[in-house]
Every structure is written in C-alpha cells, then in structure tokens.
Design a binder for this molecule. Structure first.
Ligand code: ARG
Ligand code: ZN
Length: 419
C-alpha cells in the first residue's frame, strides 16, 4: 500500500525532505484601507489569527494593510469587509501564479555560475564568500555562529589596511524576504568592483570603514522557504508543542516581549521562550559585542515596503538622536534616487510608520550596543504602485535593481556620516 509506505517513509526519514511544497492556489493578496477606529480595531483583532496573514501594515495618516488569505478565508473575510464597509481591493487573485512565475524566472538563471543579482541558495552564497576570500586581498571571512540545523553564519569582511571604524550589514533575518540576501551579495560584489576600478567614493569609504556583511542571518528558514514553504518567516528550531520557529526579529534582548510580538509558538511573530534564546540572535550579539565601541553603523535589510526605518520598534518614543538619524536616512534615500529609483521611499521611526514590534535587531544595537546609526531598511516593492502585488515574491529580475539602489543608498549615507 503506497500510502502506508509513504507514511512510514515520512516517519523514518523526517518530513522535511519528503514533504510536498506548500501550495498557494487561489490565495488572494488583498489591500485593505481601514477608515475608522472600528476598522483599525477589527484588523488588529483579525491579525492575531494565523489565517489572516498580514504582509505589511502602515498606520500613518492613512491605514493600509496587505493581507494574504486562503480562498476559504477570503470567503469569510470579504463578507466581513463588506459588512463593516472596510474598503478593499484584490491585488493578486492567485498567489501561486506569482510564485510559479518567480520559479520560472529562477530556473532560467539557476545554472549561471555568477550569483550576483539572483536569488541564490545558502551553499552558493557560502562559496561566493569563500571564493572572494581566496582571491581578493580586500576580503576575509569569519563565522559568527551556527544555526540549529548546523549551518554557518558566515560574515564577509571587506577592508583595507587603513580602516578605522566598522559598519555591519545583515540580510535575510526573515526567510521569505528573498530580495534581502540577494542585496547583501550585490553590495559585496559592487563595493569590491568599484574599489578595484578606482571609483572615488568606494576608495574613500574603504579607506575609513571596514564592512562586516552577513548575507543570511536565517539560513535554515531561508532554505525551508525555497524547498518547502515559500512564505516561511521564522527560524527552524522546534518549539515545545508542534509548531516550529522563532521570529528572530522579535528575539533580541532589548525591551523583549514588550509589544508587537507573540507568546504563541505557532505565531509568525513568536518572540521565543526568552530573550536571546536563539542561536542566530546570540551570534549577532556576540559578534557585535566582540568589537564593542568600534561600530559606526548597523544596517539590517528586510523586504518589503520601501522604508528607511530608525529605532525604536518597541515604542513610539523617538530616540534621542532622532533628528540626526532621520536626516541621514533622507540622505540615504537621495542616494537610492541617484543610483536607481526612490519612488515611494520614506523614512522615520518604524513603530510610528508601521507598527510596534519589540525585540528587533536595530533596537538592540541602538539601545544596548550603543550604535548610533542603527537602521532597518525595507526594500522593494512598495506598498502601492509598480510590483506591489508581488509582495515578497518579487521576480528575480528585479534583484539587480534592488541591489544597485540599496548600494547607492548605503554608500551615500556612509559618506555623510564619515568624518
Ligand atoms: N517588517 C519588520 C518586522 O516586522 C519591521 C521591523 C522594524 N523594526 C523593529 N524593530 N520593529 O520585523
Ligand atoms: Zn522582515
């Protein structure tokens, strides 16, 4: 009997390798625009349910929510939207179609040895760093730690003999945000190429800063999002009970569990059993602490929304340096414009623009490690306009654009903070 054999195989060899890919047939990406306090309250209540998968939520003057709903959930909630008169539109009728399109474009590029500008896998990114370390005098690497599944957290270090201060950039803390690791890879490649071709800004920056870049903070989750569940967000360490994973960006040890995170191990924003409980979180904190006082900037790269966020995430209280931080973020956005397209980009405190969320990495680097220029960037697509309906599944051919404009934003910002 095939079914029994399959069950036995799954039992014996573990479900991950044999599990079928999660499908998203007729899942709908819905754009909601709540207009009244009741609307806002209803969305906040629905948001607690796993069937109501909020992708982004803006709460500035105009509320705007992207939510992914299964066909069954859509039947239920569209009635409620209509009943309560919450304006809504369907951005994408069949999310599986977006994912298929993404896979098709990736299949065409997969065999290319050059991983710059594509959604490369974990092992490809490790080889990319190893190869640079072996061939470029600018590059060394270090292992910040290991993950639950035993993968390395490999940091690429790009520096010259005259470097004085350090800059940290990390990508891929959330598994499904594929354009993020691709952007770290793009950044490393472009910085080295610009330096080698005599570009004045790259020369100036590398004469003063050394760059420590971790392209995938959450490789276990990242690989799982490629092999099993495209919308996976957390890491892959099992919890007590049957649900897996902690949201690493809710796990950092500053104002942990003070709002915007969950104590439910099944939630996508599960904060973990205690602050800094996760290997990936701890690895970053240890690495930053090892060079305490030497960092001028910490940048953590997510998608999506086109935002350059300052702390804090845990509270709408503005940090002491807010005016300066926001001014420098604006310079960063001018750099995005100079190198690419800054349409839709805004800056400000994440808790004021987006939502309150405690345990985020840039709150820890700002609030505990004392790194003044701590930011969280949310890359393409924006909340509205071109490509918004792709959400996390931005097609791979947009990755070079995201890489280039983000590179432009970061180098322009760094020039502005360099003495
Ligand atoms: N989309 C990110 C998240 O939800 C934004 C985080 C902003 N930073 C923060 N510390 N809350 O994790
Ligand atoms: Zn994220």
């Amino acid at each position: 009997n095939f079914k029994i054999a399959l069950c036995l195989a799954v039992f014996l060899f573990g479900s991950a390798a044999l599990a079928e890919k999660t499908r998203y047939d007729n899942y709908k990406l819905v754009h909601l625009t709540p207009k009244t306090p009741l609307h806002v309250q209803l969305v906040s209540e629905w948001e607690e349910k796993t069937e109501f998968d909020v992708w982004t939520r803006v709460k500035t003057t105009e509320e705007s929510v992207h939510v992914l709903l299964s066909p069954e959930a859509y039947v239920k909630y569209s009635v409620l939207f209509t009943l309560f008169k919450i304006p809504f539109e369907i951005l994408e009728n069949n999310m599986q179609k977006n994912f298929d399109e993404q896979e098709r474009s990736m299949a065409l590029s997969r065999n290319s040895r050059n991983i710059v500008g594509r959604y490369a896998r974990y092992t490809e990114i490790q080889s990319f760093i190893d190869n640079l370390a072996a061939t470029s005098p600018l590059v060394t690497s270090d292992i910040a730690g290991k993950t639950y599944e035993g993968r390395n957290l490999k940091v690429a270090i790009i520096k010259t003999a005259t470097s004085q201060r350090k800059v940290w950039i990390d990508c891929g803390i959330h598994a499904r945000e594929w354009v993020s690791p691709a952007t770290c890879v793009y950044f490393i490649d472009k910085l080295i190429n610009d330096y080698n071709s005599g570009n004045a800004l790259a020369r100036e920056l590398l004469g003063y800063f050394e760059f420590h870049v971790l392209p995938i903070v959450n490789p276990d989750g990242y690989e799982f999002s490629h092999t099993n569940t495209r919308m996976w967000r957390k890491n892959r360490r099992p919890n007590s009970g049957s649900c897996v994973g902690t949201d690493l960006n809710r796990n950092f040890g500053f104002k942990w569990l003070t709002g915007g995170s969950s104590t439910d191990p099944c939630s996508d924003t599960y904060a973990g059993p205690s602050a800094d409980s996760e290997l990936e979180t701890k690895a970053i904190e240890n690495y930053i602490n090892k060079y305490k006082g030497q960092w001028d900037s910490y940048l953590t790269i997510h998608s999506y929304g086109k935002w350059w966020f300052t702390p804090y995430g845990y509270s709408t209280t503005l940090p002491a340096d807010y005016t300066d931080l926001n001014a420098k973020a604006q310079i960063g956005i001018s750099g995005i414009r100079a190198y690419g397209d800054a349409t839709g980009w805004t800056s400000g405190s994440s808790s004021r623009i987006l939502y309150i969320a405690s345990g985020g990495s840039e709150d820890w680097t700002y609030g505990v490690a004392g790194i003044k220029y701590s930011y969280c960037l949310e890359l393409r697509p924006g909340q509205s306009g071109t490509d918004a309906f792709y959400g996390f599944s931005l097609p791979e051919d947009r990755a070079p654009k995201a890489g280039l404009e983000t590179y432009g934003g970061i180098v322009t910002f760094l020039k502005a903070i360099k003495p």
